[in-house]
Ligand binder design. Structure first.
Ligand SMILES: Cc1cc2nc3c(=O)[nH]c(=O)nc-3n(C[C@H](O)[C@H](O)[C@H](O)COP(=O)(O)O)c2cc1C
Length: 154
């Protein structure tokens, strides 16, 4: 059985596009080794991330994220230990800066996530369902094209 969790956090240092690019490059390499998949959304200093994989990897990564001084106020809003199959199977870590995609379907989802992030304590189940919808979009190849680097997501 796979485990999954989602959290929100705030950047503690300002992340430039280059910082985000390097973060994602490293994360994708490591996620491959640890058999982790998921999606990271970024909006003006706020992060919303969902990660899924084997229990041991999930526990290790949660601890690493908690110890990561580049962000703070990490709050786990959703977790499940009863996942039969991956929801983000194609993404070693999908990445999206909210509001930066050209496609209107992405933009309307982005708007809904932004609304959710305005709440002090977003509803976890609602957040999970919203994030999962990104995988349903046509050409749902979320990547780093937007900040100038094309890295294969898989
Ligand atoms: C918002 C945010 C999301 C992150 N997501 C991941 C991730 O998906 N996978 C990963 O390996 N590291 C991720 N990291 C980095 C980890 O917190 C940690 O720095 C990293 O696992 C340590 O890697 P190392 O073993 O190469 O030192 C993220 C960091 C931040 C701030």
């Amino acid at each position: 059985m796979l485990h999954q969790f989602a959290y929100i956090s705030n950047e503690k240092q300002y992340f430039t596009d280059e910082d985000l690019r390097v973060l994602m490059m490293r994360a994708r390499e490591k996620n491959k080794r640890m058999e982790l998949t998921g999606l990271l959304l970024y909006d003006n200093g706020a992060f919303l991330q969902v990660l899924e994989g084997p229990q041991d990897s999930i526990e290790i990564m949660k601890q690493e994220l908690l110890n990561d001084s580049r962000h703070e106020n990490m709050d786990v809003i959703y977790s499940s230990d009863k996942l039969f199959e991956r929801e983000f199977a194609n993404w070693r870590m999908g990445f999206q800066i909210l509001g930066s995609h050209k496609n209107k379907d992405y933009l309307s989802l982005d708007d809904r996530v932004k609304e959710l992030l305005k709440k002090a304590k977003p509803n976890g189940a609602e957040a999970h369902d919203l994030i999962a919808q990104y995988t349903q979009l046509k050409n749902s190849s979320i990547n780093l094209n937007l900040i100038g680097t094309n890295i294969n997501v898989k």
